[in-house]
Design a protein around this ligand. Structure first.
Ligand code: KIV
Ligand code: ZN
Length: 512
């Protein structure tokens, strides 16, 4: 029988630590629900002691998610462990994840502790964690650069104190796949009690995180830690979608399986990119726009004759629907709702109605609405459900090589219309400045991207604006066949989100 591999997703913890990937509470909840649909075994929801916001999001994820274990990270100190447990205890399956560094360099310079002190701390803290929670993961940070026999001693101590999973991280992405294979094999065969889950957590500094994780499966690892799209500290973590499809596609080699519903992979990846505003590279394995595109004539000819000539996986396996059936302005709500359900989305009546409204607006301007357009509309509905303090009424932009760009933007707030004119370095700059003059808030544009959702002249443009507005970093999204309109909408969406957030903070403070 093939080995079941547990998938431990740390998108909301290690992933969220990476620059540009921070998410607010609502976005984290949305992501956690999608991870649950994806079928991950464990969601590491955050590092509760790190901030009140992190605590709150781990707590709410624990209360929301029903079919996954929810883990909270803690350093090997009582306060962290207590805080992590207080946040995950609402889960039907809570886990406290305790870690301490075990490499000489970390112990000497970071912890300023001797080996003996580390072992003592592990025994005490894991026992304390276990007194609160029956599911305890213990990680030896920088394990790949630690002394092997010391590592075995630390893990034996953790298991004796009650750890149920031991994690062997390649924290710096330094190890080769073969070295990590050897390390996992060595530890597994030297543990006094090997009847625990053996996990690995590999970083991608040298581009080896997925290869290393897969090598560890061969060595006997039963849990893999990873993130969607491989986001994470520095160069990121092992990408979930690559690990999972590696195991599935080469089941003959790994003799292992995961519980992931692979048809949810594409949508999970897209949702994360939408929420964070971090685009997916077109050549990204599994989820990039070109992952299943065959350009060269020889390849196309081969695939037409027999898909397997060049395709080792089917796009449908990861939820990329190649169905070219299109909807148009005459399609009704029924056809729209049917298509959504065929695409595998489960949405409330209310969300379908909101998405259908957007669909009708789009169908007036774009002849054929493809599955990709519908997916974009759906994620816009899911992520944008925020109070529309400001909405776009109209805009006019003049720009060119011989004039400076000027924008006139008219917004509506509480039924009242506000208009401003601004000049800028280009049309986007002018439009955003005009909006700034209307909303009168301290706003800084951090990043702005635009990309086509589909191909063709009437492709739907998806703009993402990341702004800092009065202390909140927020990501706004706008969709339109007109790229200037998409950009303006994304900026207004970001401002509405920031307003909603600052409103919440005020409400929280006044409630105390
Ligand atoms: O990279 C690492 O070592 C970690 C640990 C906390 C598991 O993220
Ligand atoms: Zn990490």
């Amino acid at each position: 029988m093939s080995q079941k591999i547990k998938i431990f997703d740390t998108t909301l913890r290690d992933g969220e630590q990476s620059p540009g990937c921070s998410m607010n509470l609502k976005e984290k909840l949305e992501m956690a629900r999608q991870l649950e649909r994806l079928g991950v075994d464990i969601i590491e929801a955050g590092f509760p002691v790190s901030s009140p916001d992190d605590f709150e999001s781990v707590k709410q994820i624990s209360q929301t998610v029903k079919n996954c274990t929810v883990a909270g990270l803690a350093r090997s100190v009582e306060g962290d462990i207590q805080r992590a447990y207080d946040a995950v205890k609402f889960s039907e399956s809570p886990r406290v994840h305790v870690f301490i560094a075990t490499s000489d360099i970390h112990m000497q310079y970071k912890l300023k502790m001797t080996r003996e002190q580390v072992v003592e701390r592990v025994a005490y803290m894991v026992r304390f964690a276990r007194s609160l929670c029956s599911d305890i993961e213990f990680s030896a940070e920088d394990a790949s650069r630690s002394d092997r026999d010391f590592l075995v001693r630390v893990f034996d101590t953790a298991i004796a104190a009650g750890a149920t999973t031991i994690n062997i991280p390649d924290t710096t992405g330094y190890a080769t796949p073969t070295e990590m294979y050897d390390l996992v094999f060595y530890i597994k065969s030297h543990l006094q009690n090997p009847h625990v889950d053996i996990s690995v957590h590999n970083h991608d500094d040298l581009g080896l995180a997925v290869a290393t994780s897969l090598a560890c499966v061969k060595a006997g690892a039963t849990q893999l830690e990873c993130t969607i799209n491989g986001i994470g500290e520095r160069a990121g973590n092992a990408a979930l979608e690559e690990i999972v499809m590696g195991i599935k596609t080469r089941r003959d080699y790994y003799d292992a399986e995961t519980g992931i519903d692979t048809k949810q992979i594409y949508r999970t990846s897209k949702l994360l990119s939408t929420i964070t505003g971090v685009p997916i590279a077109p050549n990204k394995s599994i989820v990039g726009a070109n992952a299943f595109a065959h350009e060269s004539g020889i390849h196309q000819h081969g695939v037409l004759a027999n898909r397997e000539t060049y395709e080792i996986m089917q796009p449908e396996d990861v939820g990329v629907n190649k169905n070219t059936m299109v909807l148009g302005k005459h399609s009704g709500k029924h056809a729209f709702a049917d298509r959504i359900s065929e695409l595998g989305y489960r949405m409330s009546e209310e969300d379908i109605a909101a998405a259908f409204e957007r669909f009708k607006v789009l169908a007036d301007r774009k002849k054929d609405i493809t599955d990709r357009d519908i997916e974009a509309l759906i994620s816009a509905t899911a992520v944008n459900d925020v109070k529309q303090t400001y909405s776009l009424k109209s805009f006019v932009i003049n720009s060119g090589t011989v004039i400076s760009a000027t924008a006139v933007v008219r917004l509506v707030k509480d039924g009242e219309e506000f208009e401003h004119v601004a000049r800028g370095e280009g049309p986007i700059d002018a439009a955003f400045k005009a909006i700034d003059r209307i909303v009168k808030r301290q706003t800084k544009l951090e990043n702005w991207t635009i990309q086509a959702v589909t191909e063709g002249e009437d492709a739907l443009g998806e703009a993402i604006s990341k702004i800092t507005c009065e202390g909140n970093l927020v990501t706004g999204r706008g969709l339109s066949p007109d790229i200037l309109e998409a950009s303006i909408r994304s900026y207004i969406n970001a401002i509405n989100k920031a307003i909603a957030l600052s409103g919440n903070v005020k409400a929280d403070l006044s409630g105390k």
